[in-house]
Design a binder for this molecule. Structure first.
Ligand code: I3P
Length: 126
């Protein structure tokens, strides 16, 4: 999905470790597995890196694709049912990928929720 050069797109928000769990892929449920991820929000993509350093490395390496989610047409919603954790919101993409994002510090996750929501609202729906 994200091509090299992705990081040249305007970065809206970056530089925070969040907890991420992918719970569905293409409509198929996945076993939940929480991981810490370095999140970067670009104009139409939310990118996930293993560590902050990797962001710079992926940007230099040709073909070094970062992991990410295309936010066009995505639905963003807080959920209290999908996890026993607090401060969890879900991103659902039109192609049936589902991610949970979480942080113990509410202001942190709230900032990401607002920024992602705003990014999605400014994008075309398809
Ligand atoms: C899951 C793991 C997750 C938990 C999930 C468990 O067990 O404990 O952390 O999600 O709950 O099934 P396993 O490691 O054996 O797969 P939360 O931390 O978000 O509650 P769930 O099945 O209710 O989603």
């Amino acid at each position: 999905l994200p091509e090299p050069g992705t990081l040249q797109k305007p970065t809206i928000l970056k530089g925070e470790y969040l907890n991420k769990a992918k719970i569905a892929e293409g409509g198929k449920k996945l076993r939940k597995n929480w991981n810490s991820t370095w999140a970067v929000l670009c104009s139409n993509q939310l990118l996930f890196f293993k560590e902050s350093k990797q962001e710079a490395v992926a940007n230099l390496k040709p073909g070094g694709k970062p992991d990410g989610v295309d936010l066009c047409g995505a639905v963003i919603e807080w959920t209290t049912e999908k996890s026993s954790r607090k401060n969890v919101f879900q991103i659902t993409t039109p192609n049936g990928h589902e991610f949970l994002l979480q942080a113990d510090h509410f202001p942190t996750i709230s900032k990401w929720y607002d920024a992602i929501k705003k990014a999605v609202d400014s994008l075309p729906q398809t």
